[in-house]
Design a protein. Sequence first.
Length: 541
Amino acid sequence: MLNFLNIHLRENIVGLFPSMKPDHKAYSWWVLWSVMIGTFMAVLDVTIVNVALPKIIATFGTSIDKAEWVLTGYLLIFAVMLPSSGWIADHLGYKRTYFAGLLLFTAGSFLCSLSWDENSLIFFRLIQGAGAGLVMPVGMAIITREFPPEKRGMALGFWGIAAAASVSLGPLIGGYLVDSYSWSAIFDVNVPVGIIGLISVYIIQREYKTEHIRAFDFLGLISMTLFLTSLLLAFADGNASWNTGGWTSNFIVTCFTISAISFIVFIITEFSVKHPLIELRLLKNRNFSIATLMMFIFGAALFGNSFLLPLYLQNSLGYTALQAGLVFFPVGIIQAFMSPIAGRLSDKANPKIPVFIGITLLTLSMYYSSFFSEYSMHSQIMLPLYLRGFALGFIFIPLTNIALLDVPRNELAQASGLFNTIRQIGGSFGVAVLGTILTQRVIYHTTAFSDAANQYSAQFKHVAYGVGRFVQHNTGSVGSEMVMRTKALLAQHLVAQAFIEGINDDFLISAIMTVILILPIFFISTKNRKKKKGGRIEIME
């Protein structure tokens, strides 16, 4: 009876909008709309958390290296779920899988808002990431199936608008909610949007299942999870405050050992089983392998620096969460404007051109960001972000098009899953590695500044005298109390400056990582990308 009522309700709604019927020419655009909602949600929860991290750190009294797992854990489980999504979609159906992923994500969001400490928050973020890991690749596969090759670039361009909107609105919404309510509100906001998305998927999308269902590679999933988790734990905790043994401690050595063994098992398994979790043989396709390598480096640089910038703005410049979110707003607007243009350009011209332009702009963005200071003007902060917006619009869609162009339709789910897995793994490593480098460089600069601050030099005495007069005037302190306050103020300034220098070092490293992406472009082949047929140019599958 309940099933009858559901079907009857759906037929009535579709009856009001005939273009929702699968045989209508506009149906694919309705499907695109329903997928964009889930995409918006999945990307939103990466960007919305960035501006809330300083508040979460203060609320739970945790360290940066522990708090970064709120983001890293989400990206990690996202990456683990991505390659599994193809098999799940083949087994359950693409609509059911997409619906289940969005439901899991929405439920995880609600649980995150109830977190009582950083450990529970990280655990519930894993539930969120698992849902997002189903939504993103299955959504992309649904779009590539519903749109013909000659319109796929444009469709993916509009699909990219949802991601771009999340880039802009995530920090903005997150900043407003954190300042006006609390950090938990950034997760509450996902619930109503997720419900709208679930209703849209149920009403609009038709079910699709493949005829042949592969066996599931459980050993591949377990070995990949152990490999990634152990490696990220090692990179993230090498310089953690609790890890007094550093990189040679038993914990770090054990993590690297487990990671190495798991990686070997994973590689052997993927090349020996009949139906591997990740079809590594897809990497034999030159364009696909080059594009995935580029996406890994791209993801590491982008996600890593998106994690660092709000920390700099709020901790060093004193921005509120809302002010920090506002600086990201133009990025998504520019990306949303450029994505369809870049998608269209990749359909009509050589897709390497927009990718090259995007990488150049992203490199400049990272390089200019490496000159931040305690007195950076607003314009100095915004220029790199403007460049980043143009860069993201030029890079993501054309690079995705290049990666999937020569992949057969029956392997699109596997290919898109692998492509996005690499991107998310890159993001996880970017946050973990750049976070570790930040800790190292802050320690280095703090030591260097302390050594350079010779308390017997004339210059130091002059500065200390001026600071002492400031302390005396503002606090009324005299004698030994004034001296103690003066030393504390000078030490606080040195630590603050060391943190900024560490941030700048991370941005410079990211610029070097990004400029390297120019080299693989020259190895991408586009000679057989198009062929003329009957006077009309068609993109070959």
